[in-house]
Design a protein. Structure first.
Length: 482
């Protein structure tokens, strides 16, 4: 099966911070792949804007080298690269002065989609929004894309939303979370709501518990200064993991459209119970061999910021009453793995001899690496000698199962094309962001008030011992990070 590529309308996409790391690693390589796939052509324009003193030719030369560094050699084609570079334009610009804004305004066309990507720190969002309005670059159909973090608590999130809404309507603001652009995340909704098999079982009557894991084998070296001000809660749980939780637990929306989906996600956040102190475990990784510790990476020996976080949460509604949901994320763990595991209850009565090593039914939804789904079912072990049961996986790795000839689009590619289409389904709404912070804030304040210290854990392991006990005390255990 070959994925169908649906072209988008012509556009002018302005990227503020176009010479920064995110633009070089993700945004521009992703746009190159979309042009190569035929989703847009050279009638669209990508306008870089930053303080770097390039002209357009200098910017194109720089981005060519960046593409060479970040693209798979299999997708490098000199003709395609030349076509992509011809789409690039550049305006040296200072956000806080008038320098460059008139030039940028004159580049905007009236007969195409106008989109503005804020690939800069959140402290600059409000000023860019005001400047775009002041220089009359915005239309009723213009869109802005903003990156996380969307504040660092409820108060700053509200202030940030207010700044953006002063210049743009909510339906023009695209708060991007790249986890929502992953193929498997969208397939979670397809599996749940497109199949009669799963939705009748997706409730407290049939599900024992849920585990959501986002593990990294890398430390925070290279971004220690940022990470030490954020930690696992702000960097991962409040946004990425919260979105996975919402999509896993939400009620079926009336339609697959932006507001219907986001209304249901908001209901999940509002139904989350407050988290008890004993249901949260924080940690920091130790040094191992020549690999420095978290404290060394952030150059702060007194840091109390967590590089690991495990939590037990519950949703106070009829569908999920009594079903614990275990969240886990951390740096410098055994492997890189992001997955959602739905663990089903055992049958109410077994006609077979009890076998303690049976694992039961489980649906594992892998986000990375090797996106796909695995359904674990019980069968008879082959051979004579009685009825011996065993578990086998029904495995679907998307690239193999669908016989895709091209690599699956990166999350950023899909989401940027959705911006051009005007489709906000996979983007966060302002009230979602604020509701998530409203739930997270008391946890953060509790740590600060009590002076809680993270536990030390071994690098390249499974996290602190207390995280294992979080499930063990409930008669459960974490899935292996493999």
């Amino acid at each position: 099966m070959v994925a169908q590529t649906i072209p988008v309308d012509r556009f002018d996409l302005t990227i503020f911070g176009a010479t920064g790391d995110l633009a070089r690693r993700k945004i521009l390589p992703g746009l190159y792949r979309r042009l190569r796939a035929g989703q847009f052509d050279t009638s669209s324009r990508i306008i870089g804007a930053s303080r770097t003193g390039y002209d357009t030719e200098g910017f194109r030369d720089d981005i060519k080298e960046s593409l060479r560094a970040h693209l798979d050699p299999a997708v490098w084609d000199e003709d395609d690269v030349a076509q992509f570079l011809s789409c690039l334009h550049y305006v040296p610009l200072d956000i806080f002065t008038d320098d460059g804004w008139t030039v940028l305004s004159n580049l905007q066309r009236d007969d195409v989609v106008r989109a503005f990507y804020f690939s800069v720190g959140p402290s600059l969002f409000g000023e860019i929004a005001r400047r775009l309005t002041q220089h009359k670059m915005t239309t009723a159909d213009s869109r802005i894309v903003v990156e996380k973090p969307f504040g660092r608590d409820l108060e700053t999130a509200r202030a940030l939303n207010a700044e953006l809404r002063a210049c743009f309507a909510e339906d023009q603001i695209y708060r991007i979370d790249h986890y929502l652009g992953k193929e498997t995340v969208q397939n979670l909704m397809a599996v749940r709501f497109g199949n009669a098999l799963f939705e009748p079982l997706w409730n407290a009557q049939h599900i024992d518990h849920i585990q959501i894991t986002a593990a990294e084998d890398l430390g925070v070296d290279g971004r220690g200064e940022y990470y030490d001000k954020s930690g696992a809660m702000r960097d991962m749980v409040q946004n990425h993991i919260m979105q996975l939780l919402c999509l896993t637990a939400m009620e079926p929306p009336s339609h697959y459209d932006a507001d219907s989906v986001r209304d249901e996600k908001l209901k999940v956040i509002n139904a989350l119970k407050p988290v008890l102190k004993g249901d949260v475990v924080r940690g920091q990784y130790r040094a191992r061999g020549d690999k420095p510790s978290y404290l060394e990476h952030v150059d702060n020996p007194s840091s109390t910021t967590e590089s690991f976080l495990a939590m037990k949460v519950e949703i106070a509604n009829w569908r999920w009453s009594g079903v614990p949901i275990y969240l886990r994320t951390g740096k410098r763990l055994r492997n890189r793995l992001s997955e959602i595991a739905i663990v089903f209850k055992d049958p109410p009565h077994s006609i077979f001899d009890v076998q303690e090593d049976r694992k039961g039914n489980l649906l594992a939804i892998r986000l990375q690496p090797d996106e796909g789904m695995t359904l674990r079912v019980t069968i008879k072990e082959p051979g004579p000698g009685g009825m011996r049961l065993t578990e086998v996986p029904l495995d679907m790795t998307f690239a193999e199962a669908l016989n895709q000839q091209e690599e699956t689009p990166d999350a950023y590619e899909r989401l940027i094309m959705d911006v051009i289409r005007g489709n906000q389904t996979l983007f966060m709404r302002g009230d979602e962001v604020e509701a998530a912070w409203d739930w997270v804030d008391p946890i953060l304040k509790g740590w600060e008030t009590r002076g809680d210290q993270p536990q030390q854990y071994d690098s390249f392991g499974s996290g602190p011992e207390d995280a294992l006990m979080l499930l063990h005390r409930d008669g459960r255990k974490w899935r292996d990070i493999v």
